[in-house]
Design a protein around this ligand. Structure first.
Ligand code: F6P
Length: 550
């Protein structure tokens, strides 16, 4: 029993039933499941908004799904979901509400935090962002010298970078192609150097994105950006106002940095960094695609929020995807989860999901403060197909690890493509469908032999199959569909954290490294001794200084 009165997860009857069921299914092959049920290919599908979800190629039957839903009921996933949507402080270690869903709520919604309806503030900031974005896009907002803004650089890291950087790539074909939009995150000076080296400072707007406005990488880059701007313009600090805006929850620090808080776009502590790109953190994206497209994206998010909030367990897609992940992670010992988009525009999507999933659910301590003795979040990885097919798919097909994967694809290529580039889309999607087929059903030794393959080569050319995949198919990649996809993964991650009984909304695990870096820096620059530094790190620091000629 837990301190919070809950039975330890892996001692619940629902968990035990799943473990037993897993034993019973040990020899089940996807080939057999499909042979036994001709309707499986259409029956094991769901629709949410524009997303068609095929989960037929999973190692599950109706009983598995029923048992997984019972686990969700026993762990009260929907109870925690409702508490989140109500604005309760479900981020227990930071005593905060978790209300990214309020960022895309309609204007007339009422969502209260500490008795105050937050929806009017959300829309006030969206309106302020829209009018600013319009002014930049139309050329009405000019730089210090009167030139129009042609370059936008978002400076931020983690949740203040990955979301807008990913979404900008995804929606590139919806962007104003006359604007150059770049993202600087790394404290490696090369990042800012490469982002600015070919730009005219007089035409450049910096968006400093930081929830806390204390993140050392961002403040360091922002300071260097300001120095670059003032040097290039040969101007004094009065030039900053036209070239720097801030996205933050911390107006005091913004003002300390020298940015007028009139040029600050606010968000709130109930928005987690990795859940924030549909808040003010999305300003760079809004400038790129325009306020209308941005709002279409928010509507897409909201559609899936409503689905997650109201759909029954049997038809609830985020719940299903979360439970399937638990089935493999906790009952098949899968360690990782691949997300493989068949769209060039989704090249940063998996990197974005890495923070969303791994910073949320990479935890070994449960909400009650005790260690979990069950696996929690998986390693999330992947890059767009077909490139991955020529790199690491070999391991998914014939390696020794079970790697469940999501395949994401679109029926239509983006509208900008024409002629032979448009025609290539069918080849891309043929690969998309072929891969999940090959992964699921493989190729038996007899099938290989029937092709006349010499006997000694048969084992090498045999594919066992039985690799589970989810297929997510939509008609086309639009701002709304992007919002739907991101919300789908947000709520999948939520579901898993709820079952595992961890706080998916804190990130204490990133703190230690930050503190140690601060302690080590003077040792690198000044050679000062760091008390208590271990022998390995001491020697490495000395070697570094020697290599730098210090
Ligand atoms: O170091 C982790 C983290 O706190 C993330 O959770 C966050 O998205 C990122 O740093 C950036 O934080 P901030 O927006 O406060 O600069």
């Amino acid at each position: 029993m837990n301190a919070d009165g809950r039975t330890r997860l892996n001692q619940t009857p629902e968990w035990t039933a799943l473990a037993k069921h897993r034993e019973e299914l040990a020899d089940t092959r996807l080939r057999d499941l499909f042979a036994a049920d001709p309707g499986r290919g259409t029956g094991y599908t769901l629709q949410v908004g524009d997303l068609h979800i095929d989960y037929s190629k999973h190692l599950v039957n109706d009983e598995t799904l029923r048992l997984l839903r019972e686990l969700a009921a026993a762990t009260d996933v929907f109870g925690l979901r409702d508490a989140m949507f109500r604005g309760e402080k479900i981020n227990v270690t930071e005593n905060r509400a978790v209300l990214h869903t309020a960022l895309r709520a309609p204007r007339d919604a009422v969502i209260e935090v500490d008795g105050e309806n937050v929806v009017p503030q959300v829309h006030a900031v969206l309106d302020k962002m829209s009018s600013f974005a319009d002014r930049v896009r139309s050329g009405a907002w000019t730089g210090h010298t009167g030139k129009r803004i042609r370059n936008v650089i978002n400076v931020g890291i983690g949740g203040s970078d990955l979301g807008p950087a990913m979404a900008y790539e995804v929606l590139r074909s919806f962007t104003d192609r006359d604007l150059t939009v770049r993202f600087v995150s790394n404290v490696d000076g090369a990042d800012l150097h490469e982002a600015t080296r070919d730009l005219d400072a007089a035409e450049t707007l910096f968006i400093i994105a930081s929830k806390t406005f204390t993140t050392i990488e961002t403040i360091t880059n922002a300071t260097s950006a300001r120095n670059w701007l003032l040097t290039e313009l040969k101007a004094g600090p009065e030039a900053v106002a036209k070239h720097f805006v801030a996205l933050s929850t911390n107006s005091e620090k913004v003002s300390d940095f020298g940015i007028d808080t009139a040029n600050m776009f606010e968000f709130w502590d109930w928005v987690g960094g990795r859940y924030s790109y549909d808040s003010a953190i999305g300003l760079s994206l809004m400038i790129a695609i325009g306020p209308d497209r941005f709002r279409e994206m928010l509507d897409g998010f909201h559609l899936v929020d409503e689905h997650f909030r109201t759909a029954p367990a049997e038809a609830n897609v985020p719940l299903l995807l979360g439970l399937l992940g638990i089935w493999y992670g906790n009952f098949h010992d899968a360690q990782s989860h691949a997300v493989l988009p068949y769209s060039h525009y989704l090249s940063k999507f998996t990197a974005y999901l890495q923070q969303l999933d791994m910073e949320s659910n990479g935890k070994y301590v449960a909400r009650d403060g005790r260690e979990t003795d069950w696996q929690t979040g998986p390693v999330v990885w992947g890059t767009p197909g077909t490139n991955g097919q020529h790199a690491y798919y070999q391991l998914i097909h014939q390696g020794t690890k079970l790697i469940p994967a999501d395949f994401i694809g679109f029926a239509e290529p983006v509208a900008e493509l024409s002629g032979e580039l448009k025609a290539q889309h069918d080849l891309l999607m043929a690969n998309f469908f072929a891969q999940t087929q090959a992964l699921a059903f493989g190729k038996t030794a007899d099938e290989v032999r029937a092709e006349g393959v010499p006997e000694e080569q048969v084992p090498h050319r045999t594919f066992k199959g039985n690799h589970p995949t989810t297929t997510i198919l939509a008609k086309e990649l639009t701002p709304s569909v992007l919002g739907q996809l991101v919300a789908l993964y947000e709520h999948k991650v939520f579901t898993q954290g709820a079952v595992w009984n961890i706080d998916s909304f804190d990130q204490w695990g990133v703190e230690l490294g930050k503190v140690l870096a601060k302690r080590i820096e003077p040792a690198l620059t000044e050679g000062t001794e760091v008390p208590g530094l271990d022998a390995s790190t001491t020697a490495l620091v000395a070697r570094y200084r020697e290599l730098r000629g210090r």
